[in-house]
Design a protein around this ligand. Structure first.
Ligand code: SF4
Length: 357
């Protein structure tokens, strides 16, 4: 059996659970096991660091404390609360799923795996997290932390993101979560170990409860496992951003309804150099609008997934606007409640933009 769980792993679970009880971080979504809060936090934590998610989570659940509040919220309100976390389709799907939960499940996150997986935007990881942590069901989950811990603990080679090893990791996670009184604590314990001890670059094996039977440690292969696919090469994107100011308002543009960052607002932006074969991140709209560019006032750097953005900020005169076009004057008081791109928030905080107010 190439991917059998070693004997002794099931017995070792007690040590990891004990470690978790002593070392778990106090996080706002761990204050209780309310399925709604668990679900929102898990949706935020995919691709986002705990520290970045913490403030967003508190703001989100303060504004929309229940699944019914989320279902009734406008898309703009949800996008505004999500602003800065990226992956905005996730925020849209959360709202759609909340509507399904209210209409089809009486406002309660389903307990059955198949019903949870049928919700928009809910995949095996999120379903496993909510069902195990909030409902106490023995449902497995695998994320990057779990992949790393299990591959090292068992000495498993191969790409954990696909094929036989991916299936083996889910099978192992299912086997390990079985028969425990608190499956949610187990799932969180493995993820917490990956976040705090079995870290990607410098695992602290001397402090690890799995160390006595960890294959990677015993064979000196902690640096080699897991065998992750190479990251995509970074792509440099050069932009110009138009800052048009009139007393008390900025000129912003709403992004098109489909595609990246759909429906969010941003400063009119144009992409200067696009490599052949690469999709544009930004519509080239302001080149054809009535904006008249004046002088350069500053620059910002920003990253979106593997795109490294360098943007020059230019002041500009707006000229007459199309009545139903994507450009509109947004009063300062409205900015907080509007879905803005992360880069737009960054520019608004920059000294050069504040100097124009
Ligand atoms: S002993 Fe080291 S490599 Fe093995 S699971 Fe623990 S921290 Fe990770």
């Amino acid at each position: 059996m190439p991917h059998a769980i070693p004997e002794g792993a099931l017995l070792r679970r007690a040590d990891l659970l004990e470690w978790f009880a002593a070392h778990r971080r106090e996080l706002p979504w761990r204050a209780d096991r309310d399925p709604y809060r668990v679900w929102i936090s898990e949706a935020m934590l995919q691709q986002t660091r705990v520290e970045a998610a913490r403030d967003h989570f508190e703001r989100f659940v303060r504004a929309l404390p229940t699944v019914r509040d989320l279902a009734a919220a406008s898309e703009d309100e949800v996008l505004a609360l999500w602003s800065g976390l990226g992956y905005y389709s996730r925020a849209r799907k959360l709202r759609e799923a909340a509507q399904v939960i209210v209409c089809e499940h009486g406002g309660a996150f389903p307990r059955e795996l198949a019903s949870a997986l049928a919700l928009p935007g809910v995949g095996p990881y999120t379903a496993g997290a909510v069902l195990s942590i909030a409902h106490g069901e023995p449902v497995p989950l695998v994320d990057g932390n779990v992949e790393r811990v299990l591959c090292r603990w068992f000495g498993w080679t191969g790409n954990p993101k696909q094929g036989a090893l991916k299936r083996a990791l889910w099978d192992a996670a299912a086997r390990l979560v079985e028969g425990l009184p608190d499956p949610g604590a187990w799932n969180q314990a493995v993820m917490e170990l990956g976040a705090l001890v079995c870290t990607p670059r410098t695992p602290r094996c001397d402090d690890c409860p799995l160390a006595p039977d960890c294959v990677a440690r015993a064979t000196g292969r902690t640096a080699e496992l897991p065998e992750l696919p190479r990251r995509r090469e970074a792509i440099l994107v050069e932009l110009e951003i138009a800052l048009c100011r009139k007393p008390g308002a900025w000129l912003l543009e709403r992004r098109p309804a489909g595609g990246r960052m759909a429906g969010l607002h941003e400063f009119p932006t144009r992409e200067l150099a696009v490599r052949e074969g690469e999709e544009r991140l930004y519509p080239a709209r302001f080149a054809s609008s009535t904006l008249r560019v004046e002088g350069e006032v500053g620059a910002v750097r920003h990253t979106i997934t593997h795109h490294k953005i360098e943007a020059r900020a230019l002041t500009a005169d707006a000229g007459p606007l199309e009545p139903d076009g994507p450009l509109r004057w947004v009063p300062d008081a409205e900015l907080e409640s509007l879905g803005l791109t992360g880069m737009t928030r960054k520019v608004l905080r920059a000294d050069f933009a504040r100097a124009l107010c």
